[in-house]
Every structure is written in C-alpha cells, then in structure tokens.
Ligand binder design. Structure first.
Ligand SMILES: *[C@@H]1O[C@H](CO)[C@@H](O)[C@H](O)[C@H]1NC(C)=O
Ligand SMILES: *[C@@H]1O[C@H](CO)[C@@H](O)[C@H](O)[C@H]1NC(C)=O
Ligand SMILES: *[C@@H]1O[C@H](CO)[C@@H](O)[C@H](O)[C@H]1NC(C)=O
Ligand SMILES: *[C@@H]1O[C@H](CO)[C@@H](O)[C@H](O)[C@H]1NC(C)=O
Ligand SMILES: *[C@@H]1O[C@H](CO)[C@@H](O)[C@H](O)[C@H]1NC(C)=O
Ligand SMILES: [Ca+2]
Ligand SMILES: [Ca+2]
Ligand SMILES: [Ca+2]
Length: 633
C-alpha cells in the first residue's frame, strides 16, 4: 500500500515536472506591474496563442476591434477546396487569440494576399482579399467590418464589380494614400488598357483616379510615356526616401525599380529608375529602413548572383539633422545598385535564402534590441529537400573592417547571423516564413513563424523577453477618420516619423521610422512603427509625424517633449496638421518601474533629510533667539 502510494507520487511528480517543461508559457506570465515582478530569466520563449492554428497560414495584421492590441488574419491552406479566412482577435484576459470566420470569397483560386484597410472610411478596419485564379489573373474580394468585438466579429462582402469588372490584373495591387486625402487606396495595373489606375474607396463608391493624372511632367522629372506593369512578385513601397516626411513611391517593374518623389504639389515626379546591370545577377526582394541611425531611409535588397544570395545595403547619401527634421534632400539619394560604391555595400557573406513559390523570400526589418539599428529576420534553406527552411536573425552590427572601408557613410553597418543562444528554439522551427509581432504591446518585437512540420502548416509564436537597457518609441498613425475620443481601428500606409534623440554622450541623433510601406505578397508588416532609441538619458525633444498631403508645407506636425517607452497614437483627422490629436500611453517595463521606484525612494529620503535639517534649523534658530534675548536682557 505504502509502496504503491510512493510509486504513484513519484510518477505524479515526474509528470508534473515533464508537463511543466513541455507546457508553453502564456503571454500573461510575462506581464509585470508596479507591485508584481515575474522571475522569468531573460530569453526568448515559445508561447501558446490558441490551439486551433493547424493548417493555417498567417497572412496579415491589423487591430480589428480597436482595443489597441494587434489582431491577425489567417487563411486555411489551399489543399482542400475553399480557403477559410479568419480574423483572430487578441484577448488580453486569457493571453490567446479567438477566431472569427469570414464569409467565403467569391473569387475562386488560391488566396495570395490579404490587405487590411478601411475601405468605407468609417474608422473600422476592413480587408481586401487577393486571389490568384487559374486564368493567370488576380481577383479581389472586399470584406467590410460590421462592428467587430470579442462578442462577435462580422464581415460582409461588398460588390464593386460594376466599377472594374472588365479589369485584367496580372500583378498584385499596391496599397497607399496616393492622393494624400487620408483614404485607403489601391494602385493596380490593368493589362487590358496597359494603364495604372488608383481606386479610391469612399463610403459608398469607388472613385477611379488615373495614375497619369498623378505624375508630373515638369522638366526636372523623367519622362514616362509608357506605363509598365508591376513585376511578379513585386516589392513596391510607399516610403519617404527624400526626407520630407511625405511618402514617396517606389514601383518595381520588369524594366526596373521606379523612384517617384512626392512633389511639393499633389503629384509624383519620376527621379530615377534602377536596374540590376550585373552579369548573372537579379534583385530578389527589397525593403526600406534607416539602417545606420542617421535619420535617412536606406534601401536593403536581397540579390541573387550566380545562384548565391547576399544582402546589398544602399545607403541614403543624406542624413537628417536633428534640429531640422522633415526637410527635403537636395537630390535623389541612392547610388546605382549594380556595383559596390561609396554608398552601396555588397555584403561578403552569402545567405542561403529559402525560396518557396507560395511565399517569396522577404526581408523583414525591425529593431529587436532597440539600439537604433534595425535587424533583419529571414528564412534560410534548411537543406532538407526544400519543403521548409530555418528562420535566422541577422543582427545589424558595426562594420569597421576592410569590407566597409570604401563606404563614405558614418556608422557603417553589416548584417551578421546572430549566434545568441536566446534564439536556439526559434532557429529549430521548420519555417516557411517568419514575421515580427508585438505580443502584450510592450514595444519588444516578438516572432511569428509560419511552420511546416510533419506535413502540417501551423503558426507558432516566440515571445521576446530579452532584457536590455535601451529605450523605444512606438507610434501608430491612423487614417484620420476618428479623433481620440472615438474609434481607434484602421491603418495608414506610409506614415513617416522622425524624432530627435539625445544619446548618452549628449549628441543629437535622428531616429526615423516608416509605417506599413509594403502590402503585396503577405508583407506581414505591423500596423505601427517601433523605433529603437538606444541608451538615451533624456526625454525625446521632438517627435514629428508626416503624411503625403497635397500641401508640402502643411503636412506634418511635431510634439515635444515625449517620454521614451511611450506608445503614441496619432489621429490626423483633418488635413490641417495643427488640429491633429495624439494619445500617449507609457509602457512601464521592468527597467522603467525600477527607475520609478528608485526615484520615489530617493525623493522620499531626500525629502526626509530636508525636513530633518529644516526642523534642526528652526530649533537652532529658536535657541539662538533665546540666547540672544538672554544676552540683551
Ligand atoms: C521640431 O522640429 C520641427 C521640424 O524640424 C521644427 O519646426 C520645430 O521647431 C522643432 N521643435 C522643437 C521644440 O525643437
Ligand atoms: C535548398 O535546399 C534544397 C535541398 O538541399 C535544394 O534542392 C534547393 O535548391 C535549395 N534552394 C536554394 C534556394 O538554395
Ligand atoms: C570595430 O568594431 C568592433 C566591434 O564593435 C570593436 O570591438 C572594435 O574596437 C572596432 N575597431 C575600431 C578600429 O574601431
Ligand atoms: C574598394 O575600392 C577599391 C578600389 O576601387 C577596390 O579595389 C576594392 O575591391 C574595394 N573594396 C571593397 C570591399 O569593395
Ligand atoms: C493647413 O491646411 C489646412 C487645411 O487645408 C488649412 O485650414 C490651414 O490653414 C493650413 N495651415 C497653414 C499654416 O497653411
Ligand atoms: Ca485588437
Ligand atoms: Ca518624400
Ligand atoms: Ca540612413
């Protein structure tokens, strides 16, 4: 009897230990508050996010219920007939996603992309579903939100086919605010008419705008007689490359990458077209970010050369002065991509990029350690026959050796595979794709992985709990339908941020961020920007937000001062920036909580010392007075 009991209790103990080891952590385990510190060591941990993610692919992000917590859109794998689309709302109470299914799309084929956007401009986030049909064309479904809440999240299909039923689309659309009126718009190429068209969605209608009416024929702009189709796939972007905080336009075509600067008026001006003129080489994908923390947006490309993949950094030739934010550079800022030069760096290291026809290899950039220099996540080939790859982190590191000797930029960088043991479990996943996320909205970038394991697609999440003593700023610019007092859903493609930061050595630096610049091929960009600020010991002196509005002198707004580790939500609800509103939430992480406690304790001690001496002084004064009175008596 006793023996059995013992055996049982040992077995029980072992099973408890094993399940403790195997059980995934929950996002809420990591939360700390003023009086609750958790004892979890620094590191990266896989967490549970819900138990229904098998046969699902993560497609897009957006805050659908407006609770400031980002939600995600998934689709089921295309193997078994109709693909099911779901919005997965993040529930803070249980630290898990809850699934809400959408109606079946009308378009038949494989869903290649989902683009979140506020179609009817009511401040509530809707979506466009991009399906690839058997006839080699893309087809669009529009789903409008009907008040999405945890209690229920309904969508209805909207039929715009009368507007563009005859449209032939062989490439994916580009999302952006091309006319600068804060609307969600799609630029598409109609191969039947060989023309680019922009669809402006308004409450009850689509207003088509010809791209031709949006580009300038000024002398300083390159002529553009023939409109080229986008390439397939393309990595086109709405991003401010010339420093004025107004999103410009980068379009990837078969003929090259077109750089259209947003003019001082309403139009775009073609300032350059770049081709890869290098034997055996081609551009695989590209993105934009400020690689070297000098305020200007650089271009980062993955190129393929004779079967080898490598990163090419195209540094912006200009830097943004911290005392003169959002001012336009004098010229087109990039040198030619085809060869290394004083601003173009071909990295020595090759990357064995993982390429799966379904999801093309994308470079995703985010500042994992908040040092101000954004890092890269990408999937590499795991040499298993090509059905899955291995996620890796390429850390943005100093480059002061001969590799970078020819560069004439300050703060030369290179991307090196991180070998930190923090990423061991992440690196072991059998991944087709990896993207950033921010669970708990604490400003720390976590990792979402589309996995392919044992023949099943699934989604796994890795929580970033690496402690570091740097600061961040998180900015979310909405489409301006709402003010601070009303709805907080919606997204904005191409908002630009610049801010003035004081570093520890009391130098001024400019941190820059660009929001939602790409939208094709399941870009999986977060709807907000996280800016790493490195180790500042001061508040942020100047924070500016810019949108590509028609009037160049009247399209940005600054706020000062801003406390680091804040989450900012910007409501640009009119075209007049002086009326824009901002909400500020401070994210107290452990470091900041300790700072607050220490400050309070020190203040209390100082206060009591002051009170003590003041008392002493008063007592002495009265004694002195008494002695003085005695003397004259
Ligand atoms: C913030 O930057 C803007 C743009 O450069 C400038 O106009 C403004 O004076 C700056 N404000 C402060 C307080 O530095
Ligand atoms: C990935 O590895 C597989 C098998 O090792 C190989 O067949 C495939 O060509 C590789 N893909 C790339 C892009 O290198
Ligand atoms: C080059 O960078 C490395 C790594 O940051 C650093 O340890 C080294 O001192 C630097 N060398 C020079 C000459 O700056
Ligand atoms: C630097 O430039 C020199 C002269 O053009 C060239 O020979 C050398 O290969 C370049 N180094 C690198 C790392 O590109
Ligand atoms: C900025 O634009 C708005 C809306 O067009 C206008 O009401 C406002 O007067 C402008 N402000 C300036 C300083 O031009
Ligand atoms: Ca949400
Ligand atoms: Ca610009
Ligand atoms: Ca830069």
């Amino acid at each position: 009897m006793i023996k059995i009991h013992k055996v049982l209790s040992i077995a029980l103990a072992i099973s408890v230990i094993i399940s403790g080891v195997l059980a995934l952590k929950n996002a809420n385990d990591f939360k700390s508050s003023l009086f609750k510190f958790n004892s979890i060591p620094s590191g990266v941990y896989e967490i549970e996010i819900g138990d229904y993610f098998n046969n699902r692919i993560l497609m897009a992000y957006g805050d659908y219920n407006g609770d400031k917590y980002t939600d995600m859109i998934t689709v089921t794998t295309p193997d078994n007939g109709n693909q099911q689309i779901s919005v997965n709302l993040w529930s803070t109470s249980d630290g898990l996603f809850s699934e809400y299914q959408l109606p079946v799309p009308k378009c038949k084929g494989v869903i290649k992309n989902i683009i979140p956007g506020d179609i009817n401009y009511d401040g509530q986030l809707d979506m466009v579903v991009v399906t690839y049909q058997v006839n080699g064309q893309f087809c669009l479904d529009f789903f409008q939100q009907n008040n999405c809440m945890m209690a229920g999240c309904l969508f209805e299909s909207v039929d715009f086919s009368t507007t563009f039923g005859t449209f032939q689309m062989k490439t994916q659309p580009i999302a952006g605010d091309f006319t600068g009126q804060h609307f969600f718009q799609l630029m598409m190429y109609d191969s039947q008419n060989s023309k680019r068209e922009i669809f402006e969605f308004q409450p009850d209608q689509i207003v088509p705008v010809h791209f031709q009416d949006l580009y300038s024929s000024d002398d300083n702009c390159i002529d553009y007689p023939i409109q080229f189709d986008f390439s397939m796939p393309h990595y086109s972007a709405v991003v401010d490359f010339n420093g004025d905080c107004r999103a410009d336009l980068v379009i990837q075509t078969q003929q090259g990458i077109e750089f259209w600067a947003k003019d001082d008026n309403q139009k775009f001006c073609l300032v350059a077209t770049q081709q890869m003129n290098r034997a055996g080489a081609s551009i695989v994908s590209f993105t934009f970010s400020d690689v070297n923390f000098d305020g200007s947006i650089d271009m980062v490309a993955l190129i393929q050369e004779n079967g080898l993949y490598r990163i090419v950094i195209m540094y912006n030739k200009f830097r943004v002065s911290a005392s003169n934010l959002c001012s336009k550079f004098k010229q087109y800022p990039y040198e030619l991509i085809s060869s290394p030069s004083s601003y173009v760096q071909y990295q020595d290291e090759t990357i064995d990029a993982f390429i799966l026809g379904y999801l093309p290899p994308q470079i995703r950039m985010g500042d994992i350690n908040w040092d101000g220099n954004p890092d890269i996540i990408i999937t590499t080939n795991a040499s298993n026959g090509g059905s899955y790859g291995q996620p890796i982190i390429l850390s943005n590191s100093d480059c002061n050796d001969s590799d970078c000797a020819n560069l004439s930029v300050s703060n030369k960088r290179q991307f090196l595979p991180s070998t930190s043991s923090n990423y061991n479990s992440l690196y072991k996943t059998q991944a087709v794709n990896i993207a950033f996320f921010d669970i708990n909205e604490d400003g720390k970038l976590d990792f979402m992985v589309n996995t392919y394991e044992n023949g099943i697609y699934s989604i796994r999440c890795f929580f970033n709990y690496i402690q570091n003593d740097a600061f961040f700023l998180k900015a979310l610019g909405l489409n301006g339908q709402c003010t601070t007092s009303s709805c907080q859903s919606s997204v904005y493609y191409g908002a630009s941020y610049q801010c003035k930061v004081t570093t520890l050595d009391t130098q001024y630096k400019t941190a820059s961020g660009v929001q939602l610049i790409q939208s094709a091929n399941g870009a999986l960009q977060l709807p907000f920007v996280i800016l790493g600020l490195s180790r500042t010991n001061n508040y942020i002196e100047n924070f500016t937000v810019g949108l590509p509005q028609p009037d160049a002198d009247n399209s940005s707004r600054y706020w000062t001062p801003i406390i680091p580790n804040s989450q900012l939500i910007i409501f640009p609800y009119t075209l007049d920036p002086s009326k824009w509103e901002i909400s500020i939430f401070v994210q107290p992480n452990d470091a900041l909580i300790i700072v607050i406690i220490v400050t309070v304790v020190i203040l209390a001690i100082l206060g009591s010392i002051i009170i003590y001496y003041r008392r002493l002084e008063i007592n002495q004064d009265t004694q002195n007075q008494e002695e003085f009175l005695k003397m004259i008596r």
